[in-house]
Every structure is written in structure tokens, then in C-alpha cells.
Design a protein around this ligand. Structure first.
Ligand SMILES: CC(C)(COP(=O)(O)OP(=O)(O)OC[C@H]1O[C@@H](n2cnc3c(N)ncnc32)[C@H](O)[C@@H]1OP(=O)(O)O)[C@@H](O)C(=O)NCCC(=O)NCCS
Length: 258
């Protein structure tokens, strides 16, 4: 009933993933990429009626794109898919499973809780307009303490921020910070692997002044490098700015796999 997806499943899966949310869905944009990464799983009843993708990294699995065709919901199919992924993770001695759920998606939060996931953290998603702005005094460097900050966002996956990753991001000048006044603010800049010209920023916001400094730099960087979209993910609620739009709030759900 559960199997790996193949390319010819694309049409039937995308057919039931067209209108998942009020704004549509994004599965059509990531299907090819997820298929090439592997662990794109389907649940089928003569034909595919559900999907999810699992991304295995060092110490965790990331479960994304859980979709069940509407007339097949509440039959335990999403739960079966997730339990299947968890069993694959346990075979690899992986200890943690994560998924990201919109705080307004009550059915998905209920489902995650019914599978013993808990709300690990809550993250805000902002979009920022790029703008030439030379008024910033940021610095490059690794002031982040990865033992206190367990994750950064890469292509909408919250991945472990270990020493090796930190060093590699640092060498690419992808870690910036501002400590001009008050608590330090830091950000990690990454390119989306799925969407062209999309900058994804994980922001750890300290004082308002320092965060404003970082935002000025990012706006300028976005304008100079011709980014079409700048997406900021941060645990903090940010202040009002004309060029900053709060889009959604997400729960990062976690489960310890015994
Ligand atoms: C969320 C979704 C994946 C759940 O799939 P599903 O196959 O219906 O879920 P399950 O049957 O495994 O549900 C397991 C439990 O979750 C909870 N649950 C699932 N849907 C629920 C709903 N609409 N309302 C309340 N609780 C719900 C229930 O506790 C349920 O157990 P029960 O049916 O015995 O009461 C499905 O509704 C869906 O595809 N939604 C649109 C896409 C989406 O939101 N994906 C998740 C993005 S993170």
C-alpha cells in the first residue's frame, strides 16, 4: 500500500494536490526535485491517494508535503505514511523527526499530536522587499553558538546547525551579524534549491536596532543580486516596516523516536 513514487505517478498525484490550500499548492514545483532526492512516498488504493516526502540528514528526518486526496481523509492514511517514514528512520538510528505545520492548519496539528509530535518551536514567516540601502554596518562571522541554536532553514527544511555546517556557511560569507547596540542579531542566508532567485534567511533577532541593520543589509543584498523574493524565518515577532510583510506562523513539530 505504501511505495516509492515513480515519475509516471506525477500526473495523478498533482491532480489531487492542485487546490490543497486556499492559495493552491507547491507540490508541482518540488515534485521532480523530491523524486530525484528519493524517499518520495505514495499510499495507494489501486491508484495513488496520498503522498509525503522524507529527507534524512545526520540526526533527524524531515517530513514534508503530506497530502491525502480529500475523499480518502480520516482513514488513517497520513498516519500510516508517517509511521512508515519513522520506521525507516529508526532503522538508521535517527532519533528525531520534524515537520512544519501552519498554526492555522488544525487538522494537521491534530494529526501530528495524535502521532505524539509536540510543538517544539514556533516560527514566523515574513517576506521582505529588496531595496538599495547602503546604510548598514553588519559583520561576517560565526558568532552563533550551535549548541544553543539547533537549526537553520535550508529550502524550507529546518536542518541541524552543527560545527561543520557553520564553518561551511561562514566560509561562503553566509552568516552575518550586527552588534551595534543591545542584543546581537544574526542571520544565515541561503538560496532556495527549488525556486529561482529566492533568498531564504534564518534570522535570530536581538535588539531592534541590530535587526534593522541586518534587514537593511539583506534588502540591499537582495537588490544588488536581483533576488525576486526574500523570505525571512524567525522565532521572534518583528516590528512594523513598510517593506516587511508577515505572511504566516508555523509550528515546528518534533517527535523523539525511541
Ligand atoms: C492533514 C492530512 C494530511 C491528514 O490526513 P488523514 O489521512 O486524513 O489523517 P489521518 O486519518 O491519519 O488522521 C489521524 C488523526 O489526526 C487527526 N485528524 C486528522 N484530520 C483531522 C481533522 N480534519 N480534524 C480533526 N482531527 C483530524 C485525528 O485525530 C485523526 O484520528 P481519527 O480520525 O481517529 O480521529 C489531510 O487532512 C490533508 O491532506 N490535508 C491537506 C494537506 C495538509 O494540510 N497537509 C499537511 C501539511 S503540514
Amino acid at each position: 500500500m505504501i511505495r516509492d513514487a515513480i515519475n509516471s505517478d506525477k500526473f495523478s498525484v498533482l491532480n489531487f494536490c492542485k487546490d490543497t490550500f486556499s492559495w493552491g499548492d507547491y507540490i508541482q514545483d518540488v515534485w521532480d526535485y523530491w523524486l530525484s532526492e528519493g524517499n518520495l512516498l505514495l499510499v495507494e488504493k489501486q491508484y495513488p491517494v496520498g503522498m509525503c516526502h522524507a529527507f534524512f540528514s545526520k540526526n533527524q528526518i524531515w517530513i514534508e508535503g503530506i497530502r491525502i486526496k480529500s475523499n480518502f481523509r480520516r482513514q488513517g492514511l497520513a498516519s500510516e505514511l508517517i509511521k512508515h517514514v519513522e520506521s525507516l528512520a529508526k532503522e538508521k538510528q535517527i532519533l528525531f523527526s520534524f515537520m512544519l505545520v501552519d498554526t492555522k492548519n488544525s487538522s494537521s496539528i491534530s494529526m501530528a499530536k495524535s502521532l505524539n509530535y509536540h510543538i517544539f518551536q514556533t516560527w514566523n514567516f515574513y517576506s521582505l522587499f529588496s531595496q538599495i540601502n547602503n546604510n548598514h554596518k553588519i559583520q561576517f562571522g560565526t558568532v552563533l553558538n550551535y549548541t544553543q541554536i539547533p537549526h537553520y532553514v535550508k529550502s524550507w527544511r529546518w536542518l541541524a546547525l552543527d560545527e561543520e555546517t557553520l564553518l561551511s556557511l561562514y566560509k561562503q560569507n553566509k552568516i552575518i551579524f550586527s552588534d551595534n547596540s543591545g542584543d546581537i542579531s544574526t542571520a544565515i542566508l541561503t538560496d532556495s534549491e527549488h525556486f529561482d532567485k529566492t533568498l531564504i534567511v534564518t534570522l535570530f533577532s536581538g535588539s531592534q536596532d541590530n535587526t534593522l541593520d541586518i534587514i537593511s543589509y539583506i534588502q540591499n543584498y537582495g537588490a544588488e543580486k536581483n533576488y525576486q523574493k526574500i523570505q525571512i524565518l524567525t522565532k521572534e515577532k518583528l516590528f512594523f516596516l513598510n517593506t516587511l510583510e508577515h505572511k504566516t506562523t508555523f509550528n515546528l513539530m518534533q517527535k523523539f523516536l525511541h
